[in-house]
Design a protein around this ligand. Structure first.
Ligand code: F6P
Length: 418
């Protein structure tokens, strides 16, 4: 299924940049964002082709441009990955991210020519950063723990990686091709330069890239405390917290104070509905109520139990059961509508550099969780987001480690399954 509403040509995003500039991180974020928007997206990382072929742990000399054998092998692997990109696109893929250094004009010209011959749009995404401290931090956080260096002496690994960097730097040519489409992001979004960007998705990606950053920080997701509607098994509405929900809000507050010193920055977002605002009010920190975070609108079914819907509106009940992602409540929303509504929240979430706690609702948090962990849209309506539990996610270079904290009361339910 595609949600490509403008019937555009498939898009290949060609990453460009020296090692340790956050290319792979950004490539994965682009794939995650476009997947979430409904496009069939995939990252092709040339480094993993090299590791699959030659094993991890190539010394820096392999990357020396004066090493003809190494250069030939690297070109071959980049070509192999590109063949896979084009095969994937020919099979219906809509967004491919070609993740390699692509550091010379000559390599980029070759990649572009092959994509264009296949009828595919190309946008190059260059990441530039000359701040030594950011680069070193990135090397320590992602490279030294990554497959090429894991288990090696950190100082020796650092020296080897820096030598690898020098090899790339000696031949690097910044993107300046006047006839090509490109986006250059300088110093973590401090400056964005664009050339020949048009089309629906490329324009959206510019905004996305203006917001995304590679600095790790936690995102916490929790539903509000159990509400009186949850106790009664009713969906939607704007009820207050039940006594159990108030206890959760207190538990959340104590847990949060342990997790993040109250003197340290933390963004707390709620919806505009009572149950999240009341939960947030127990935390002793400033909160931002946000209409976009309101629960899925159950329209004509708002305030009913699932059993009542099954009895009184069996066709609606059945339609939702058979396609929960696309089913739209009469005069209400579908999960797909919800995903579209949440896009500004995603951008804001990416932009913030401090930790963010979202006190939200079941359907909304399913959609946000899916974005943060890369779950595909069809899974969104079924993801488990239980009451009285905090989910901690740390988007970082090496995937998204997840922790769940059940804070109790533990027997809180929301009265059934839709
Ligand atoms: O039951 C709590 C609730 O937040 C409802 O307000 C909402 O309609 C529902 O969960 C969403 O879950 P599902 O899509 O599984 O019905």
């Amino acid at each position: 299924m595609t949600m490509n509403p403008f019937d555009e040509r498939p898009l290949v995003l060609v990453m460009v940049g020296l090692p340790a500039r956050g290319k792979s991180f950004t490539a994965r974020r682009i794939a995650r964002y476009t997947t979430w928007l409904g496009y069939r997206s995939k990252v092709f990382n040339v480094g993993s082709y090299r590791r699959a072929r030659l094993g991890a742990g190539q010394k820096h000399t392999f990357f020396d441009p004066a090493n003809a054998e190494g250069t030939f092998a690297r070109e071959q692997m980049a070509d192999e990955a590109l063949v896979d990109v084009l095969a994937w696109v020919a099979g219906g893929g809509e967004v491919a991210v070609f993740d390699a250094t692509n550091s010379t004009r000559e390599r980029r010209a070759r990649v572009r020519a092959r994509c264009e011959a296949a009828g595919v749009q190309v946008v190059m995404v260059e990441l530039v950063c000359d701040d030594r401290s950011v680069i070193e931090k990135n090397v320590r956080v992602s490279k030294l723990k990554g497959p090429d260096y894991v288990g090696r002496d950190p100082e020796e690994a650092m020296r080897d990686f820096m030598a690898r960097l020098d090899h790339y730097e000696s031949v690097y040519e910044t993107v300046d091709e006047p006839d090509a489409s490109w986006i250059r992001n300088v110093d973590l979004g401090r400056r964005i330069e664009l050339n020949r960007i048009d089309g629906h998705l490329p324009s959206k990606l510019v905004v996305f890239l203006m917001n995304v950053h590679i600095l790790p920080r936690a995102v916490y997701l929790t539903r509000h405390g159990q509400s009186t509607f949850n106790v009664a098994g009713r969906i939607g509405g704007d009820s207050s917290l039940a006594a159990s929900g108030q206890r959760y809000a207190d538990n959340l507050s104590s847990w949060l104070n342990q997790e993040i010193d109250p003197a340290n920055p933390l963004e707390v977002w709620t919806s505009t509905l009572r149950r999240t605002v009341e939960t947030g009010s127990h935390l002793g920190r400033p909160t931002r109520p946000w209409k976009l975070l309101d629960e899925i609108d159950a329209g004509a079914c708002d305030g009913m139990t699932y059993e009542e819907i099954a009895q009184r509106m069996p066709e609606e009940y059945g339609a939702r059961k058979s396609d929960k992602l696309r089913y739209r409540y009469p005069r209400g929303e579908s999960y797909q509508d919800l995903i579209a509504r949440l896009e500004p929240v995603i951008l804001e979430l990416e932009r913030h550099r401090e930790p963010v706690l979202i006190v939200g609702h079941q359907a909304v948090l399913r959609a946000l969780y899916a974005y943060l962990t890369g779950e595909p849209a069809h899974k969104v309506p079924h993801l488990p987001i239980p009451l009285h539990t905090v989910i901690k996610l740390v988007p970082g270079g090496g995937g998204v480690p997840e922790e769940r904290f059940e804070l109790g009361p533990i027997d809180a339910t929301d009265g059934g399954h839709g």
